[in-house]
Design a protein around this ligand. Structure first.
Ligand code: NAD
Ligand code: ZN
Length: 260
């Protein structure tokens, strides 16, 4: 659907008037970088069905096996397709638009469900990666994080040098609780937020799906940027239909005009 000029103007106005803008991002932002979404038209799960939901229990039951499987990812062709796409991916104009809003001092935090590291590669610094970052490892006890190759050459399983907790990929697995510190950061940002821009997420996965509702309940505004309707569309103050890679740069241009 064609995006209306008026919706863009209204969204830009909301952004410049607000005190604490937070972005909530989903897989749709990276779709134009060639990373398939899971849900929605053309999504990986839409084609293949939902995967096993007990990945974290399997990791806890046999962490050594999990680490070995990481080395042997060719075993699962579905995962290979996703991994190769994510490894080839570069940030797209949607990522750069969010980075521009952050540099302008408008966007204070981005809560992202994406694990692909494309926000950081586009220059964003204020990130709450609620589902983790696939280029990092994390201790499941104290939440320390390291680059993916930090423990290369060590015997499996890997234990945290700080607290002896188990180390796994930072990416949150099915069945794994969202790390406490990360969740607290998201809740406190949502409390402070008076305008949330929700980009490329179907807003069905909790707790992230509840953040825009919380902002609305507290009297804040919520802008949805998604080419398709979502369960949250009816409560959005402004809806920007269209691909994030086109809509978000257009929004930045309008914000620049308003800021003068
Ligand atoms: P999701 O629920 O966020 O759904 C994808 C959404 O993207 C849909 O609403 C769809 O309409 C929208 N979309 C499609 N193309 C778009 C575009 N060009 N611009 C803007 N929006 C667009 O995400 P999901 O696919 O159900 O994934 C679930 C979880 O899996 C994610 O929250 C994430 O943790 C993980 N995941 C991560 C990545 C990544 O890191 N890039 C990719 C897929 C899935
Ligand atoms: Zn630890």
């Amino acid at each position: 659907m064609e995006n209306s000029e008026r919706a863009l103007d209204e969204a830009a106005q909301l952004l410049v008037e607000s005190r604490h803008v937070v972005a909530l991002v989903g897989a749709g932002l990276s779709a134009e970088s060639g990373v398939p979404t899971f849900r929605g038209p053309g999504g990986l799960w839409t084609k293949l069905g939902e995967p096993s939901m007990n990945g974290y229990q399997e990791f806890l039951g046999d962490p050594v096996r999990w680490w070995r499987d990481q080395q042997d990812q060719q075993a699962d062709p579905d995962r290979t397709e996703f991994r190769e796409a994510i490894e080839r991916a570069e940030p797209n104009p949607g990522h750069y638009a969010l980075a521009a809003l952050e540099r302008m001092g408008i966007l204070k935090m981005t809560i992202t469900q994406n694990v692909d590291d494309l926000h950081a590669r586009a220059g964003q610094e204020m990130l709450a990666e609620i589902h983790g970052n696939r280029t990092k490892l994390r201790c499941i006890s104290c939440e320390s994080r390291w680059p993916r190759d930090h423990f290369e050459g060590q015997d499996y399983p890997i234990y945290c040098p700080e607290c002896r907790g188990l180390v796994k990929s930072d990416t949150v697995m099915f069945g794994e609780p969202i790390p406490r510190g990360m969740l607290d950061l998201c809740f406190s940002q949502t409390e402070m937020c008076d305008c949330m821009i929700v980009c490329g997420t179907s807003a069905t996965v909790y707790p992230a799906a509840s953040f825009p509702q919380t902002v609305r309940e507290r009297g804040g505004a919520f802008i949805e940027a998604n080419p398709n309707p979502t369960p949250l569309s009816p409560i959005a103050n402004v809806v920007l239909r269209g691909q994030n890679g086109q809509v978000l740069p257009a929004l930045v241009e309008r914000v620049k005009v308003l800021k003068g």
